[in-house]
Design a protein around this ligand. Structure first.
Ligand SMILES: N[C@@H](CCC(=O)N[C@@H](CS)C(=O)NCC(=O)O)C(=O)O
Length: 150
């Protein structure tokens, strides 16, 4: 039976998936594991009452497991991994942190207004660590081969 999942609808386009990385992460996990699901697109500017009962904090994503709505993408992805272990998507401990700080460092760098606040160096350090990993592991991370288009 298909799992029910509530995700964010695009602003002004109720039938289109919105720009919520948490929702997208959950959907990508379901897609990758080929788990059938029924998607409810939620207009977060006008949340329906039934959704607020499923997600009292009013946040997406939420997913229904065993008749209970579960919030938080980290928890949801962990549960999907547990219930549908194949293909495994969790990171082996030895590579769990590789590249994990690139996104927050990138955001910090983009938002920075002070060129000497260290955000550029922090981002470069993260990218160099990933580059070092790729060089040492034949461009693979978690069993996937990556091609850098730069
Ligand atoms: N920690 C949560 C964050 C979820 C979250 O912040 N979702 C946003 C959309 S990207 C949301 O529901 N915003 C609507 C609101 O707060 O009213 C998770 O990982 O799922």
């Amino acid at each position: 039976m298909a799992l029910e999942v509530c995700v964010k609808a695009a602003a002004g386009a109720p039938d289109v998936l919105g720009d919520c990385p948490f929702s997208q992460r959950v959907l990508l996990t379901l897609e990758e594991k080929k788990v059938p699901y029924k998607m409810h697109l939620i207009n977060v500017s006008d949340k329906p009452q039934w959704f607020l009962e499923a997600s009292p904090e009013g946040k997406v994503p939420v997913i229904k497991f065993d008749d209970k709505w579960i919030p938080d993408s980290d928890v949801i992805v962990g549960l999907i991994e547990e219930k549908y272990p194949n293909p495994p998507l969790s990171s082996p401990p030895e590579v769990a942190s590789v590249g994990s700080k690139i996104f927050p460092s990138f955001v910090k760098f983009l938002k920075s207004k002070d060129p000497s606040d260290g955000s550029e160096k922090a981002l470069l350090d993260e990218l160099k660590a990933l580059d070092k990993h790729f060089k040492a592991h034949d461009r693979t991370l978690m069993g996937r081969t990556f091609v850098l288009l730069i």
